[in-house]
Design a protein around this ligand. Structure first.
Ligand SMILES: Nc1ncnc2c1ncn2[C@@H]1O[C@H](COP(=O)(O)OP(=O)(O)OP(=O)(O)O)[C@@H](O)[C@H]1O
Ligand SMILES: [Mg+2]
Length: 473
């Protein structure tokens, strides 16, 4: 699904994704059985010549670029396929077209020993309607009854963070779940960027010097690094004690170690720009939250771009209250990284620490143990500092922690204003209720006492004691 979303967003097609999980015998029994997982998208499609490698070879990907995308390493899709192959020995079926004349259908197995695709079948069909998209079908063993809650949670959270997508899901019992798009507006796509010197390492430098066409170190620095001009390159090389005229491919490993160290230490590099990032934006995040949770109140904050270890990042935060948000006895935390929901190991995530240990909610007039409160944290970066290979929780990088904290505080302040305003409106309503109940009686009795026939109008009186205008009602 993440590949499907990447493939739609990059070409600006609002994604339509259909997911079906079906079991072999059509029934859902306890324990692990063979399931077929089918994902259909309307994305870019995969060029036919790349299909076998994209789905039959680990580490084959088109996203090794410094630009925000969900995928990076060419592992995600292939790992799912590999898991299917290991548990069922069945090939993956891929049907794809890039809106060309043909639709291609492949059955591919991964040759695990050589990490090479094995094509078992290849068929082509005419494509008169110029369909573009990809259909993947994997058979794998799994226990759907145990996994179902997470599958649905994943879809719901994806619908929040991708409010411009239509997601449909049919579960093994044939039940259809629909998450409909609330807008066709999509976030601005990211541009590709060069590596920032702060983010380089010896391995990366080794790869760069062996493939570069630059003839000397000055042009190497200017060509391959983000925001490095001639003057900056010369200053830096002097600092690193590397001759500007030296040929890059002549650098030995110890030179590269020295270079990498100097890149981390040189204080004058300019901060990276955030053009390579594609945050959701306050409006889209609000739309997603309103669509799926219908809260009574939501405050959204996008922080300005910031940097850690040479990687630019942007934090987006929202605080939502009431509506369909359940009271669970603690704050409901939704975490997203590059528009992927993170569902596991919540308590190890930096956002959990900020929300539960660093923000003093009492200060904002909320008691997290009683309030229907949800906090959303979205981090976008060219490199998310995950703490484990499972890509499920983000490390406590001080710069990121600070941005989350400031964002949550700003949004919480808005919530606090909303709550205290609501409280005073409620108090006022109670006060007016009392006037409304007793003023007519007082008017009647005092008229009687004064011996007058005509009871005076109380409406103008009521109006004059009201603190707020009619719109506040
Ligand atoms: N639905 C799809 N539409 C278009 N291209 C796809 C689709 N699924 C996979 N691909 C192509 O196959 C490649 C491999 O996918 P895979 O999920 O293995 O790696 P990735 O997305 O690049 O990185 P990651 O390991 O982080 O997921 C992708 O880089 C992409 O080029
Ligand atoms: Mg992927």
């Amino acid at each position: 699904m993440e590949n499907s979303l990447d493939a739609g967003e990059f070409y600006r097609y609002p994604p339509d994704i259909y997911l079906r999980i079906s079991s072999e015998d059509g029934k859902e029994t306890e324990g692990a059985t063979v399931h077929t997982i089918r994902v259909e998208d309307n994305g870019s499609g995969v060029p036919a010549r790349h299909i076998p490698s994209a789905f039959g070879q680990v580490f084959y990907g088109s996203k090794y670029k410094l630009r925000q995308s969900r995928g990076t390493f060419g592992l995600g899709g292939t790992m799912a396929i590999l898991y299917g192959q290991i548990t069922t020995s069945k090939p993956v079926k891929v049907i794809s077209s890039t809106a060309g004349k043909c639709i291609h259908e492949y059955d591919v197995l991964i040759d695990i020993r050589r990490n090479r695709p094995m094509v078992l079948r290849h068929k082509t069909y005419n494509n008169p309607d110029r369909w573009h998209g990809t259909v993947i079908e994997i058979k794998m063993e799994g226990d759907y009854s145990r996994a179902s809650a997470k599958v649905l949670e994943y879809l719901k959270q994806t619908a929040i963070v991708v409010p411009y997508a239509n997601l449909s899901f049919v579960d093994p019992k044939g039940r259809l779940y629909r998450f409909e798009r609330a807008t066709k507006e999509m976030p601005k796509p990211p541009t590709e960027t060069k590596l920032h010197p702060y983010g380089s390492d010896v391995e990366t430098l080794k790869r760069m010097v062996s493939t570069t066409s630059c003839k000397n170190m000055v042009s190497f620095m200017m060509e391959h690094f983000h925001k490095v001009g001639r003057k900056m390159a010369l200053n830096f090389l002097e600092y690193a004690k590397i001759p500007p005229k030296k040929r890059p491919h002549r650098l030995k490993t110890e030179d590269l170690v020295k270079l990498a160290k100097a890149m981390k230490e040189f204080p004058h590099f300019r901060a990276p720009s955030a053009d390579c990032l594609s945050p959701l934006g306050e409006d889209l995040l609000r739309t997603g939250i309103q669509k799926e949770l219908k809260p009574e109140f939501v405050a959204v904050r996008q922080r300005s771009p910031s940097v850690y270890s040479g990687y630019p990042f942007i934090v987006e935060v929202a605080v939502a209250y009431g509506g369909e948000i359940p009271k669970t006895g603690s704050i409901l935390l939704y975490r997203f990284a590059n528009r992927i929901p993170l569902l596991y190991d919540e308590a190890s995530d930096v956002a959990w620490k900020v929300v539960n240990e660093e923000v003093n909610w009492k200060y904002y007039n909320v008691n997290p143990a009683e309030a229907p409160l949800a906090v959303f944290v979205h981090i976008c970066s060219t490199k998310i500092p995950y703490r484990s290979v499972g890509k499920e929780f983000v490390a406590e990088v001080p710069e990121i922690e600070r941005e989350i904290l400031n964002g949550v505080r700003e949004a919480a302040r808005e919530l606090s204003l909303f709550l205290s305003r609501r409280k005073s409106v409620e108090r006022e309503k109670r006060r007016l209720d009392i006037f409304e109940r007793f003023l007519p009686k007082i008017a009647r009795f005092s008229s009687e006492l004064a011996g007058k026939d005509k009871v005076p109008e109380v409406k103008p009186l009521l109006k004059s004691v009201a603190k707020y205008g009619a719109e506040e009602d």
